[in-house]
Write a protein that binds this ligand. Structure first.
Ligand SMILES: [Fe+2]
Length: 611
């Protein structure tokens, strides 16, 4: 039985195909259209899923959409009426999209499926989809479920229980009170893009002090002991305006918002630190409450807020749950997968067996390209490459190149589903290098200098380097842990004396390129089952250098979706200062390529809107 799940029209459109309960394919539309966070109907992702499953639309048994558009429309109307006559402009602005697409979804979906699908469309609730994406692929037979995001139809958060093949959400938090939207309001105010810059603000937080923590709790939010809260809506105009904050908010935080690309000041850093601390407090209180209410020892998480890996790390270290599993595509893209699994288990009542291993398949659910396809493309652009028939020789070579501080594009196997590159579409480098953080930010990714890089660590060696509680792994890069004391180095100037971006100065650990200014690192544990090739490469690097840690960042530049095809990878390689590109067993040196001209590089960069 083939079930196609779809999410669209908010942000991060995606499609997922589930066959007899097994995840066959899942991908985000942005990877194909090359428009980051593309929210249009995911026609390309649907085509890819059908192709990966070797079927056409007439072989689909169910097509399911990840939320209920009519209920969402009702929220829009009711919010408008509650605030009327304010908000008329915002209301008018949102109407065309609703009238053209959202209210006519079945028609839209018929078109995308070439009128091949003859069944009925199923619509699940937004938070049900998140919850299903968190629980059904998880390794647990039973678990508490917590979802937190901006907003779905009405819900902005929910919790309940998953048991066997059923989930039940018993509690919801409703719009406009939303942790996701609260975080986004600060994202907007600190000059980052809403729905994509949240990650940057989280990375900025360690440069600041949580000076405004009390002010936020005092003025903006009424936070209860159980983690539930009400926002003081007189500071948040998003119900009736197209902006997240206005003058009342500005008065609290000493003036107008930072404009995008303006220099960062201590105020933004302190605001980031403060809202991050408030968010963590809410996440911790909520998980404690969920634990008390459900009596479960396992917790599963999804929804955009579950991408806050600093918060997740604290839930793991300080929270009451023994085990945690987080859906790697925790944002709305993952709703497509959740919706499809919901139909298979919840609606069709199929058996589910949990055996202690997750069913996410390392989240490698996207397109794959053979060596032949890759060489065909490379020939078509006259690229020069070397073919390694002996894999060990290749790994040996790449390990050597990493240790020589070369920056390497690493393109292997199926593309990742979810926002993180996990070693299939990654740029990798030497974590021991002092200059690598700055090189990668400035010359490879063309992005802000404050942004940290994440490490891959061999699972076997994780506890030597990071303080993750015993046995816990982080295969999906969704947990932040701290670099171990004995890997830290004394700084010339004590950390507490350094302010703001000065904190970047100095080598603070034996793996400085991945150690954030507060010694934190968003780690990915690499194991031989999920990532056999990356594991072998890293083992080889460890044999050579004694270091089981490398940098892993996504294969893209600022504003660009992660590369999907060999063509995307080659173009990105040529437009940046990457030294080496490896695609399957083909290796390319930059200096041997027909040189890209500067104007082509600029053209490449200009394609992507700054995020
Ligand atoms: Fe969501």
């Amino acid at each position: 039985m083939n079930i196609l799940g779809i999410s669209a029209f908010y942000h991060d459109s995606a499609a997922a195909l589930v066959r007899d309960g097994e995840i066959i394919a899942a991908a985000q539309e942005e990877r194909f259209t090359r428009k980051k966070h593309d929210s249009r109907f995911p026609s390309n992702a649907v085509d890819y899923c059908l192709q990966a499953g070797g079927i056409t639309a007439n072989k689909l048994d169910y097509v399911v959409f990840y939320e209920k558009p009519l209920i969402k429309f009702e929220r829009l109307l009711e919010t408008y009426i509650a605030y009327a006559p304010r908000g008329f402009r915002q209301f008018l602005m949102s109407m065309p999209l609703w009238l053209r697409h959202k209210l006519h979804l079945p028609k839209e979906m018929d078109k995308a499926l070439n009128n091949g699908y003859k069944g009925r469309y199923v619509f699940t609730e937004h938070h049900e989809s998140h919850a299903a994406s968190a629980f059904f692929p998880s390794p647990f037979n039973e678990a508490a479920i917590l979802t937190l995001d901006g907003v779905g139809e009405w819900a902005t958060g929910s919790f309940g229980i998953g048991k066997g093949n059923k989930i039940e959400l018993t509690h919801v938090l409703q719009f406009p009170h939303s942790l996701g939207l609260l975080y986004s309001a600060f994202t907007y105010f600190t000059g980052f893009r809403v729905n994509s810059g949240e990650y940057k603000m989280m990375g900025l937080a360690p440069y600041g002090e949580p000076k405004y923590y009390e002010l936020i709790l005092d003025k903006l939010i009424d936070l209860k002991q159980d983690g539930s809260f009400r926002l003081n809506m007189s500071y948040f105009p998003y119900c009736h305006k197209t902006v997240m904050t206005d003058s009342r908010f500005e008065n609290l935080f000493g003036g107008s918002p930072r404009r995008p690309e303006w220099p960062l000041t201590q105020r933004e850093m302190d605001m980031a630190a403060s809202i991050q601390a408030v968010t963590e407090e809410i996440m911790l209180r909520t998980t404690k409450h969920v634990y008390q209410q459900t009596g479960m020892k396992n917790l599963v998480l999804a929804g955009g807020v579950a991408l806050n890996c600093v918060g997740n790390g604290r839930i793991l270290r300080e929270g009451p749950f023994e085990n945690i599993w987080i859906q790697p595509a925790a944002g709305d893209a993952g709703g497509a997968l959740g919706a499809a699994l919901f139909v298979w288990y919840q609606l069709l009542n199929n058996e589910r067996k949990a055996d202690g291993r997750d069913k996410q398949q390392a989240s490698l659910l996207g397109p794959i390209y053979s060596g032949e396809q890759i060489s065909q493309f490379l020939d078509s652009v006259n690229a020069k490459y070397h073919i390694y028939t002996d894999e060990e020789e290749l790994f040996d070579k790449v390990a050597e190149l990493i240790s020589e501080e070369k920056v390497i594009g690493w393109f292997q196997g199926r593309m990742e589903f979810g926002p993180r590159a996990l070693g299939s579409r990654s740029i990798i480098g030497d974590a021991r290098s002092e200059k690598m953080q700055s090189i990668m930010n400035r010359k490879i990714k063309f992005r802000e200098s404050f942004r940290p890089f994440a490490p891959c660590v061999l699972r076997e060696n994780m506890q030597e380097y990071f303080d993750l509680p015993g046995g816990q792994e982080s295969p999906y890069m969704l947990l932040v842990a701290y670099v171990h004391n004995d890997k830290r180095l004394p700084l010339d100037t004590p950390l507490e004396k350094l302010k703001g971006l000065d904190k970047l100065r100095g080598k603070r650990s034996s793996v400085p390129a991945i150690t954030h200014v507060d010694y934190s690192a968003r780690i990915q544990t690499v194991d031989a089952e999920r990532h056999p090739k990356l594991h072998r490469l890293m083992s080889r690097f460890e044999e050579k250098t004694g270091c089981p840690v490398i940098i892993n960042t996504s294969f893209n530049i600022r504003g660009e979706p992660i590369v999907c095809s060999p063509e995307h990878a080659y173009r990105c390689f040529m437009a940046t200062n990457m030294d080496v590109l490896i695609m399957e067993n083909l290796l390319l040196y930059k200096e041997q390529q027909p040189q890209a001209k500067q104007h082509e590089v600029d053209e490449y960069k200009a394609q992507f809107e700054l995020d």
